[in-house]
Ligand binder design. Structure first.
Ligand code: SF4
Ligand code: ZN
Length: 735
């Protein structure tokens, strides 16, 4: 340990502990010892203190013993002559620093409750997120455990230019690392630089703006400490195990950018306790011999374009970056990114043009592996802000390939295209929707890269079930129409495979958690009579998906004990969703819109809503963009209820599900339907009539109002009365 670092870290620690002590004394005078303190929504109190010392700080008065511990372990300043060995005392100084910072931040939460947003996303007027609550910890921390995210980079300070900030952030994102940002250098902050560079920050893009001050570094350490307690099952106070868990399991490192102050040294000394090394861009003294960290402790003076590579090497991180040869960055970190307004270069689908995506299998000799073709206009033929129709046709061949696998490959298109930076994808089948950002086009992205991505990634993830894959992208209106027609026939055949099976005849349902990146608490449970709300996955598809990928997003769910046969609730399902939603949702009903309906994500083909005046329900499909009798358009409905929550009175569902026998059977079933858009009536009308006939009502379709009758409850009620709609004489839907 260098003497310079040791002296600086110890000086910094003294200052930080003294500051915290003063803040605490003032707070005690103002609020008294019994004032509750803590970080929001967490069971881990002040997590570094709780993890290391086992002390649950709940009240201001509890802080005293922590401050005493800080003072006890704080080493005296390094003597100029005859200095003692430094490593141990410096590490202790680092610990005291983090304890003191955690106290200071907790006092800030007390004094300025709105200083941090306490959310996953930044707000318009506040970019500082503050400590991650337990929901964020469960959702994000699990990625550290399952390897989706290998770890994090804690950035202090600011880059010399916003371009360098952006480049470093992207490089870290591409390695799937989280970036935890805090502190200030030269009046600038890394988070602010990213915003200035037009980069989206927040938990969804893994660029986490913890806070403006250096002390916010303690939120990163708290996150790591809680991960060890929560996922490693380590007891609070068992500091040794927590530190070793982090050293071995969490690939984290600190990147101080700019002049390293005493306070930064003190924090760095703290991080080294966790095995997190420091890689600096300035010429600070290095600590090369290894000991606590896997390799070196402090490496300095690294040029900016080598910083990330050096950090990865020093931390001993093995990164498997998929080689997807596209000109934009590609990886799970970009999945949550949105493309909006002025940023849009090209938009296809979303109700404005037709868009369809379709995977089909072919004989071996009809597929040329890796062949990608764009037929019709490509990027160079259009102006920024354009719209085009689009069909993405993926043809696969292979000895192991079966028709049953087509829907599974097809459903991957959604997240795979979202992995590309500057590409946003929503929906599926014939209601797919894509936006490509100007920034992606500037880097050279064109439509053929959609094919490149699908070829590379589907091979990588599903290479076991097919040998060859080719992609054709059509943007020509007539051709797209033709493919929509063909694909719709195939969708019908796929949907009908489930016909005749009932929920009672199987013991196992399947889960789908593919949509959790957008709707974190959302879990679809798919039974024979309740197809996934996106319409792309039915029970058969999930079963096949589980067979090819036993650890994937479709897991078998044992129904277990029946809790409510009418509303459709099972103990096994409840247990599963509690765990899969990370504690957010503990039960839901399969067959009800009124009583705790299933959760809804943004992919739903249709959204049903209760219409109290008509004693019934309406449903609206994504392609209908007009007003509806519930007072909201599809997009507003999706924005309101599509975040993964269960919202009584509203439920997302697949088109096909509308005519499945269990469709809201707990509330009276299909005969409650009083309004649908005309296009949907045309599309599923025959099946609606057949199903209603079974329920004893002939020509039911004619009794259902649409936009030509009206778009308010008042407008459609006389029509329903005139037709003698069965819902009007059913018992009150409000119960
Ligand atoms: Fe899976 Fe449901 Fe998302 Fe469809 S909507 S992909 S079934 S989670
Ligand atoms: Zn979804």
């Amino acid at each position: 340990m260098s003497k310079i670092i040791a002296s600086a870290a110890i000086r910094g620690a003294h200052k930080i502990v003294n500051d915290a002590d003063e803040k605490w004394k003032k707070a005690m005078e103002k609020y008294g010892a019994n004032e509750p303190v803590g970080f929001p929504n967490t069971a881990y109190f002040l997590p570094v203190i709780y993890g290391m010392l086992g002390i649950p700080v709940e009240k201001l008065g509890d802080m005293e013993q922590v401050l005493n511990r800080c003072k006890a372990i704080l080493p005296p300043p390094v003597r100029e002559k005859h200095p003692l060995p430094y490593l141990g005392p410096t590490l202790d100084a680092g610990m005291a620093t983090l304890f003191a910072e955690e106290l200071a931040e907790a006092i800030r939460y007390l004094e300025e409750p709105n200083f941090y947003t306490k959310t996953e996303d930044i707000a318009d007027d506040n970019i500082w997120l503050g400590a991650a609550d337990d929901i964020i910890l469960r959702k994000r921390g699990i990625e550290f455990v399952d390897g989706t995210a290998p770890g994090f980079a804690a950035i202090l300070g600011a880059a010399p230019t916003i371009e360098i900030a952006k480049q470093i952030a992207e490089e870290l994102q591409q390695k799937n690392l989280y970036v935890f940002m805090c502190g200030e250098y030269n009046g600038k902050r890394f988070s602010e630089q990213l915003i200035e560079a037009g980069v989206q920050i927040g938990w969804p893009t893994r660029l986490v703006s913890f806070g403006p001050d250096t002390s916010a570094a303690v939120f990163a350490m708290g996150f790591a400490t809680r991960a060890a307690m929560s996922f490693g099952g380590i007891e609070p106070g068992d500091f040794r195990k927590i530190l070793i868990y982090n050293k071995d399991r969490v690939f984290a490192f600190a990147l101080p950018m700019g002049y390293v102050t005493d306070e930064w040294y003190a924090n760095a000394a703290g991080a080294i306790n966790w095995g997190f090394p420091v890689i600096a861009d300035t010429p600070i003294p290095e600590i090369l011999p290894t000991g606590i960290c896997t390799y070196e402790h402090v490496v300095s003076n690294i040029p900016h374009d080598e910083l990330v590579a050096k950090a990865v090497e020093v931390r001993g991180l093995k990164v498997t970056v998929a080689d997807v040869p596209v000109p934009v960055a590609f990886g799970a970190a970009f999945e949550g990114e949105r493309v909006r307004g002025e940023d849009i270069y090209l938009e296809c689908g979303g109700g404005r043009t037709q868009m369809v995506e379709w995977v089909t299998s072919k004989p071996m000799d009809e597929v040329e592996d890796g062949h990608v073709e764009v037929i019709g206009k490509n990027i160079r033929d259009i102006e920024p802000g354009s719209r085009l129709p689009m069909a993405i046709c993926v043809e696969v061949a292979g000895r192991e390939m079966q028709d049953d696998y087509e829907p599974i490959l097809e459903r991957q298109i959604h997240h795979l295209l979202n992995y590309a930076q500057g590409v946003m994808h929503i929906g599926q089948r014939d209601i797919a929707w894509i936006r490509i950002a100007k920034q992606a086009i500037e880097k050279g992205f064109d439509l053929s890269h959609i094919g490149t991505i699908l070829h590379a990634k589907l091979h990588q993830d599903f290479g076991r079930i097919f040998d060859k894959l080719q992609v054709t992208i059509y943007t020509d209106e007539d051709k797209v129409k033709e493919i929509v027609e063909t694909a719709r026939e195939v969708y019908n055949v796929r949907d009908a495979r489930i016909e005749g099976m009932t929920d009672e005849t199987v013991d196992t349902y399947y889960s789908c958690t593919l949509c959790q990146s957008f709707a974190p608490s959302h879990v679809c449970t798919i039974s024979p009579e309740r197809t996934g709300l996106c319409g792309s996955y039915n029970w058969m598809d999930c079963k096949a998906s589980y067979e090819i990928n036993p650890t994937g997003p479709n897991q078998p769910v044992e129904k277990g004990e029946v809790i409510d046969p009418v509303l459709g609730q099972w103990k096994g399902v409840n247990d599963f969703i509690y765990q899969a939603s990370r504690g957010k949702i503990d039960h839901y009903n399969f067959y009800s819109i009124m009583n705790d309906p299933m959760t809804t994500c943004g992919c739903c083909e249709c959204i049903a809503a209760v219409l109290p005046l008509c004693n019934g329900i309406m449903t609206v499909s994504r392609e209908y963009t007009g007003e509806t009798p519930c007072g909201m358009k599809f997009t507003t409905l999706a924005g309101t209820i599509g975040g993964g929550l269960s919202t009584p009175g509203f439920v997302g569902h697949g088109k096909y599900n509308t005519t499945q026998r269990k469709f809201i059977s707990g509330d009276g079933g299909l005969l409650r339907m009083v309004w649908m858009p005309k296009s949907l009536k045309e599309e599923i009308g025959d099946r609606v009539n057949t199903r209603a006939e079974e329920m004893g009502v002939s020509n039911f379709l004619d009794m259902i109002a649409d936009e030509t009758v009206g778009v308010t409850e008042e407008e459609i009620l006389p029509f329903l009365e005139e037709k003698g709609h069965p819902a009007l004489t059913m018992e009150s839907i409000l119960g």
